[in-house]
Design a protein around this ligand. Structure first.
Ligand SMILES: [Zn+2]
Length: 66
């Protein structure tokens, strides 16, 4: 097993959030390219969009039956 020096993480140039530009502090965030808070926000937005679409289709179905 290679022991990576801790300083290596600081040599990664792109360790800023693609969404808010904030510094990424965790290895996971750097890998994803987004901070954990932004990841959560994007997941919530995606879910909200899907719910909205479902609501729309339900609404349209009801309208179509009239
Ligand atoms: Zn962010």
């Amino acid at each position: 097993m290679n022991k990576q020096p801790e300083s290596e993480i600081f040599t990664i140039p792109d360790r800023r959030c693609k969404r808010c530009g904030g510094l990424l502090t965790s290895a996971e965030a750097i890998r994803d390219g987004y901070g954990s808070c932004c990841l959560r926000k994007m997941r919530q937005e995606a879910r909200a969009k899907e719910q909205l679409r479902n609501q729309c289709s339900l609404f349209n179905d009801e309208e179509g039956e009239r």
